[in-house]
Design a protein around this ligand. Structure first.
Ligand SMILES: C[S@@+](CC[C@H](N)C(=O)[O-])C[C@H]1O[C@@H](n2cnc3c(N)ncnc32)[C@H](O)[C@@H]1O
Length: 283
């Protein structure tokens, strides 16, 4: 955790005189580090959970770091304290909230963990455009955070009917055990939940890689994945086929690491995921 926080603060790249919004107060640690660097008057931190916020405030005051603590939904930012030069989010999002862009100065930086239901996730470093209507930037680190409260992927029960069985053209371990591949497949198929993965190859061959979109479902056996009935699929989409195609696409691009991907987000909520350059939109 200290390493991840150090990485995030390095990418935030604060300078004297900057004002920072910290989303997800938690213990108050990151707000305290920012206050130590910039002065408590320059830091506002927002936390959804009142008890956590109260405890963090007491801790910060006791350490003579009396930042502004706010109880509320940090995805709405804190307009009363805006504009901010930097926004530091320590919970993962699937959608970057437009309010955070609106409340950041042009040229300002937003550092936010970003993931998909398939793969949580990577650290996104966005720079707000000169006209303030969008923000764009690359993924810069491999991180996994707890989700922002209302952006947790839904999990659920699924009824498997009219199952279509067949072999797999892809070893599920090529995705399950490979973060760059899983991240890229998640970016290509952002509505797909990776429901469960048993990392081990148990001797009964019951381990499965499961994917689900709320309607269609598929799994591929981890052991004997190229066997005759390794894949089971049901519903209108052939989800294992889509995972296989997304993985093949990733390989054709030269198996890019997460640092070659980025996102452009508009204040209105449009998300464009790109590879190598904001002009090369992939989804
Ligand atoms: C990984 S912890 C943050 C760690 C924190 N920065 C620290 O230094 O301890 C994530 C925090 O985000 C909070 N959180 C989740 N969703 C939120 C939201 N929509 N608005 C504000 N805080 C949120 C959680 O309650 C949790 O305390």
């Amino acid at each position: 955790m200290p390493t991840v926080v150090a990485q995030m603060l390095r990418h935030l790249d604060v300078e004297d005189g900057m004002r920072v919004l910290d989303v997800g107060t938690g213990t108050g640690w990151t707000a305290g580090l920012l206050a130590h660097r910039l002065g408590a008057e320059s830091v506002t931190t927002v936390e959804l959970d009142r008890d956590l916020s109260d405890d963090a405030r007491c801790r910060l005051v006791a350490n003579r770091l009396p930042v502004t603590t706010v109880v509320g939904d940090g995805t709405l930012g804190h307009p009363a304290g805006a504009p901010y030069d930097r926004v530091h989010v320590t919970a993962a999002v699937q959608r970057v909230p437009g309010a955070l862009i609106e409340q950041t100065v042009p040229g300002g930086v937003i550092v936010v963990p970003y993931g998909t239901p398939f793969c949580n996730g990577a650290l996104l470093k966005l720079t707000v455009s000169e006209d303030g209507t969008s923000a764009s930037g690359p993924f810069v680190e491999d991180v996994a955070f707890m989700w922002v409260r209302d952006q947790r992927p839904r999990s659920g029960q699924f009824d498997i009917e009219d199952v279509r069985r067949g072999p797999s053209g892809l070893d599920p371990a090529a995705v399950a055990d490979h973060t760059d591949a899983a991240f890229a497949v998640g970016l290509r198929l952002p509505d797909l939940l990776r429901q469960e993965v048993w990392a081990g190859y148990d001797r009964f061959g019951t381990g499965r890689f499961e994917v689900w979109d709320g309607v269609s479902y598929a799994h591929c056996r981890l052991a004997d994945w190229d066997g005759e009935h390794a894949v089971s699929q049901s519903g209108p989409r052939s989800l294992w086929g889509e995972v296989t195609a997304a993985h093949a696409w990733w390989q054709r691009q030269g198996a890019p690491g997460l640092g070659r991907f980025g996102v452009t987000v508009t204040v209105a909520g449009e998300h464009r995921v790109w590879l190598d350059s904001p002009d090369c939109v992939i989804g």
